[in-house]
Design a protein around this ligand. Sequence first.
Ligand SMILES: Cc1cc2nc3c(=O)[nH]c(=O)nc-3n(C[C@H](O)[C@H](O)[C@H](O)COP(=O)(O)OP(=O)(O)OC[C@H]3O[C@@H](n4cnc5c(N)ncnc54)[C@H](O)[C@@H]3O)c2cc1C
Length: 482
Amino acid sequence: MAPVTNENPDLQASRIVILGGGPGGYEAALVARRLGADVTVVERQGLGGAAVLTDVVPSKTLIATADWMTIADRAADLGIRLPVDTAKAAHPAMRRHMVDLDAVNTRVMALAAAQSADIHARLEREGVRVLIGEGRLEGPSRVQVTLQEDAAEVSVDADVILLALGATPRVLPTAIPDGERILTWTQLYNLKELPERLIVVGSGVTGAEFAGAYNALGSDVVLVSSRDRVLPGEDADAAELIEGVFRSRGMTVMSRTRAEAAVRTDEGVEVTLADGRVVKGSHVLLAVGSIPSTAGIGLEEAGVRLTPSGHVQVDKVSRTSVRGIYAAGDCTGILPLASVAAMQGRVAMSHALGDAVSPIKLRTVAANIFTAPEIATVGYSEEKLKEQGSKYVTTTLPLARNPRAKMLGMRDGFVKLFAHPEASVVLGGVVVAPRASELIFPITLAVAHRLTVDDVAEAFTVYPSLSGSIAEVARMLHHRED
Ligand SMILES: Cc1cc2nc3c(=O)[nH]c(=O)nc-3n(C[C@H](O)[C@H](O)[C@H](O)COP(=O)(O)OP(=O)(O)OC[C@H]3O[C@@H](n4cnc5c(N)ncnc54)[C@H](O)[C@@H]3O)c2cc1C
């Protein structure tokens, strides 16, 4: 087995090997190069990882088309009419724009591949060595790689190893995906035609996003949720609003019912629920969580401690139980977001290479659910504030009261802020609105920098604008000193 030697002997003391080229891995590689290390990234699928190739980028690109359809459905309210022939079509589905799913998916995959290629090129430009292949630990300071190109085996010595292995969709033994009718989210982009009736199993973020998107694209969607409401764990008002929007757009939401099995039939699929009911559809999407890619690659043999769920145990600077081995991203189970993975990877490299480092702070993470409307959150949730017995005040302003929203024909949504009752510091916020992912930023700044509601309220906003509601809700929380 030929060892891969580091080309620059000056950097022998900081040879970094990163397993996994997703956001946790590639961002770390760039930081490590900037700090002068010799860096190798081992990736078996493609640079950008699942985030770019199967998860974030494809889903958000598909949702961009779905968003367009949602807006087009509002066109009549804004005085836009369809051509007379189309408007008179016999079937309701013919009275709106039609989606060519093959074209949509071709665009999705091309965009993902281009982004992956860009990341690959950028890493190589920065001097990172990229090995395409499957990696495994050979003890705490050596990585063995089976190269994809010729199945040759190489081993790379490392002073520091970063595990950025990500996760893959969880599958149920009673619902084995076939890539045609029984699908995980990574297989959706092979579809040439819009599913006639899509059963989505799982109403967490992934299930809700795809259920909303396919409903907007024109599929008849059945969402099977094991909980009381969709999006368990998210802001209750936001989740209730989205469920109402889903139902109002014709989606069937089946709550408090678990899917036990899915099988193919001559016509499509049948999903059996725990109570014995059978739901028929043309396709089923399984969105029942992920499992970390940590099995069978020598982690435990090297002494890396895993949690009972198989995630790598890490501290706030991404250290594992083994000196010199760090971990970042979905394989750690901290918070499954690309932004968090990237931050964990950067923190790991700064720590390993002796640069200034601050432990990761999850309180300031902004997150977004790409439904229509979107749900963006930052800071403490109301549930967390209640759970820890914190004192807080809150106000909610419906989007329907915002002048710009009225002009744009937007009805569903709200802005909600939580603040400390005496200090008036903004503790957290929720925005439910189209493009809430953009609107959350001023609240993120307020949470990150401990601004008060008055600081937010006193800043100018454009009139008319959706962000005006953020200043307005902060104004409503103004605390009068008597
Ligand atoms: C449908 C969906 C939509 C999402 N949308 C968003 C979103 O909008 N915003 C957001 O912030 N997050 C989103 N997420 C979450 C986001 O995708 C993850 O948090 C992110 O990908 C984590 O990055 P990572 O680097 O840990 O792992 P990944 O992106 O999974 O990358 C890990 C890489 O490691 C490689 N690898 C694993 N084992 C080995 C090995 N032994 N050898 C070599 N290579 C290996 C894998 O092939 C993979 O490419 C979404 C997730 C899903 C499922």
